[in-house]
Design a protein around this ligand. Structure first.
Ligand code: IPM
Ligand code: MN
Length: 364
């Protein structure tokens, strides 16, 4: 039996997570699984009522679970940063979920704004470092509200943080279906849908300390994974390639801030926030799976938001805990349901939130 903690969060978070739970429950009978779901009210409403974000004890309590499913955190009446740092980042850091895994996969019939790209062209994974870099919170302000005010926030990375992230990315790349040995292939062959490549996305031309550390670590660790081709792109060029030739990518590894930015762009290429899931992973601890989009306050309570990203997050969760058959079944069912949807945008899907959940459940 798997103990799953549910944090619906704010806005449309609870609605989309309800659909993910619906689909998970349906896998129980079909795959002989058993889930025990426990809900937690860690969200903006509680903060407004009790002034509490997430205590250390509450965070510790979550270590007893096999996984966490999270909807979305954020509240229009609360200053940006309070809930993000107090709940979401506190969980990621406190549970040492040092990987943020974001698959970028265009499903059939899902419209992409990128011209002439097909599902086989947009199929890669971003491994975003999830606990360090600019998110470390290292910095400060002095002489606030004077003409001499100074503010700093630093991109900090230790060798340990970089290496464990890169190692995870190599292991992950190894588990994808490798096309064929890369040595001897032409640049063109390696850029056209080749699988078996790990691309570091950095900025070695300007951030000459931090990304030097990343690049050296990449090449050192690469010696242990001779079947994977190490590759490098600058983050600004990455934004060009993600649109012009996304088929160039297989597994991409990057720091926290760049990863945050490029995965929003990536989500748009795969059909938008309504379809993009992510996983916050601690390979030795508890993982937390979430749709990468926000709280969508304009759609809260309307039964119009797309739950596919949340269902995809549940699918990733099953893969992570080793229930790969059930995960594959959800993926297949999602593939079928995408074919029936009119759009991935909220209120334009041709179905309600709960209807989409029902369809994925019934197609398992
Ligand atoms: C994400 C989000 C978070 C982040 C915010 C809400 C703190 O944008 O999961 O990508 O920056 O990591
Ligand atoms: Mn983000």
């Amino acid at each position: 039996m798997y103990k799953i903690a549910i944090i619906g969060g704010d806005g449309t978070g609870p609605e989309v997570i309800a659909e993910a739970v619906k689909v998970l429950k349906a896998t129980e009978g079909k795959f002989g699984l058993e889930f025990k779901f426990t809900e937690f009210e860690y969200n903006g409403d509680r903060y407004l009522k009790e002034g509490k974000t997430l205590s250390d004890e509450e965070m510790e309590g979550l270590k007893k679970y096999d996984a966490i499913l999270l909807g979305a955190i954020g509240h229009t009446d609360i200053k940006p940063g309070i809930l993000e740092r107090g709940i979401l980042l506190k969980l990621r850091f406190g549970l040492d979920q040092y990987i943020n895994l974001r698959p970028v996969k265009l499903y059939e019939n899902v419209e992409t704004p990128v011209k002439n790209k097909k599902p086989e062209d947009i199929d890669y994974v971003v491994v975003r470092e999830n606990t360090g870099g600019l998110y470390s919170g290292f910095g400060g302000i002095s002489m606030k509200n004077t003409p001499d005010e100074v503010a700093a926030q630093s991109m900090i990375y230790s060798r340990h943080q970089v290496e464990r992230c890169i190692r995870f990315a190599f292991e992950y790349a190894r588990k994808r279906n490798l096309t064929k040995p890369w040595r001897g292939l032409t640049k063109d062959e390696l850029d056209k849908g080749y699988k078996g490549k790990l691309t570091l996305c950095g900025k070695t031309n300007v951030l000459t300390y931090v990304f030097d550390l990343w690049e050296r670590t990449l090449h050192e660790v690469a010696r242990e994974y001779p079947e994977i081709k190490p590759d490098y792109v600058h983050v600004d060029a990455m934004c060009i390639y993600m649109i012009e030739c996304p088929e160039k990518f297989d597994v991409v590894v990057t720091g926290n801030m760049f990863g945050d930015i490029i995965t929003d762009l990536a989500a748009v290429t795969q059909g938008g926030m309504g379809v993009a899931p992510g996983g916050n992973i601690n390979p030795e601890g508890v993982g937390m799976f979430e749709p990468i989009g926000g709280t969508a306050p304009a759609f809260t309570g309307k039964n119009q938001i797309n739950p596919m990203a949340a269902i995809g997050a549940a699918q990733m969760m099953l893969n992570h805990i080793g229930e790969t058959d059930a995960a594959a079944s959800i993926d297949k069912s999602m593939t079928e349901v995408f074919k029936k949807m009119k759009s991935m945008a909220a209120a334009q899907m041709g179905f309600s939130t709960t209807e989409i959940g029902d369809m994925v459940r019934d197609n398992l």
